[in-house]
Ligand binder design. Structure first.
Ligand code: BDR
Ligand code: CA
Length: 308
């Protein structure tokens, strides 16, 4: 199957992109969106990653704002530049001219019935594509999303996970689209940090390559911060988990088919992932919710991506 990555790089987006491109996923292109940083920064960061990986994958600029929500960024987590504030060489790669929304629609016709999307940022590009071309959902086989919550534990608002809180309307449109969705919620990420020990298991030497060293450089501050904030010694790499679900399906140890929707109003409820665990709506499941993953497998997958 062919894949399109939609991302807002972002340190954990970088981990997901590195894993996908280095572990052989057939990626048609990377679409960038506003999110962790303004879209100009997420675009530049995607181009930096393309250069680092010496990849031919085309990069497309997408939406710079949410449908309604004032711009929300997470530079306190990902750095002022969105990628750990370390030095990078001048860019060699350039973005494509086409807009990400148009790329997605165009590729859906070329690869109809053989297309997956990995979405690890706010869902604005995908929602706009679904609105622009109402038949898009019929041509997409699978949409793997990092976003939302499984138990209403927010990281951005009381109940809102960042990617859903950054554009609740977009998340609502996407969850209603009819595309088969796999959802990796915040709680699953929060309980499955990747430790430095895991990355070094099997020896530090193989990590001493351009990609391995750059990854450890951009994550150095985050390692410190998570240890300080959470009392865990590890990296919270949400987007990597969504990539891992595609790259190594056996990483999933617990999942559940449920009906889920996104709340777009309320004083505290905007951006909430409402999940019908009890089946009270009678609605058919629209989401495969990933509730637990094998943390050892996840760490091993990232190590493989960093040392190949
Ligand atoms: C999500 O928000 C972003 O900060 C991360 O890149 C991830 O996609 C986690 O809530
Ligand atoms: Ca992200």
């Amino acid at each position: 199957m062919k894949w399109i990555i939609d991302a807002d790089p972002g340190i954990d987006d970088a981990a997901a992109i590195i894993a996908c491109l280095r572990l052989g996923l057939d990626v048609l292109g990377i679409n960038v969106v506003h999110g962790n940083s303004p879209v100009e920064d997420t675009l530049r960061n995607a181009l930096r990653l393309k250069d680092l990986l010496q990849s031919e994958v085309p990069i497309y600029k997408g939406c710079g704002r949410a449908i309604l929500e004032p711009q929300l960024n997470a530079t306190e987590v990902h750095g002022k530049d969105g990628l750990g504030d370390v030095d990078w060489p001048s860019l060699v790669s350039e973005p494509e001219e086409k807009h990400a929304v148009d790329m997605l629609i165009e590729q859906s016709y070329i690869h109809s019935g053989n297309l997956g999307i990995l979405a690890v940022g706010p869902l604005t590009n995908i929602a706009l594509a679904l609105i622009k071309d109402e038949t898009l959902s019929e041509r997409v086989n699978e949409l793997v999303i990092m976003g939302g919550t499984s138990g209403a534990r927010g990281n951005t608002t009381i109940v809102g996970e960042f990617n859903f809180a950054a554009d609740p309307e977009a998340a609502a449109v996407v969850l209603q689209s009819g595309i088969p969705i796999t959802l990796v919620p915040w709680e699953t990420c929060y309980h499955n940090l990747v430790t430095l020990e895991q990355l070094e298991q099997g020896g530090k030497e193989p990590l001493r390559n351009l990609v391995g060293e750059k990854f450890l450089e951009i994550t150095a501050a985050l390692f410190e911060r998570t240890r300080h904030n959470l009392g865990y010694s590890g990296l919270l790499l949400c987007d990597l988990i969504a990539a891992a679900v595609i790259l190594d399906p056996e990483v999933v140890t617990e999942d559940l088919d449920v009906f889920a929707a996104v709340e777009t109003s309320g004083v505290y409820g905007r951006g909430l992932t409402a999940i019908d665990y009890a089946g009270v709506t009678g609605n058919e499941p629209n989401v495969r919710l990933i509730l637990q993953v094998d943390r050892e497998r996840l760490g091993a997958l990232l190590r493989r991506a960093l040392i190949v």
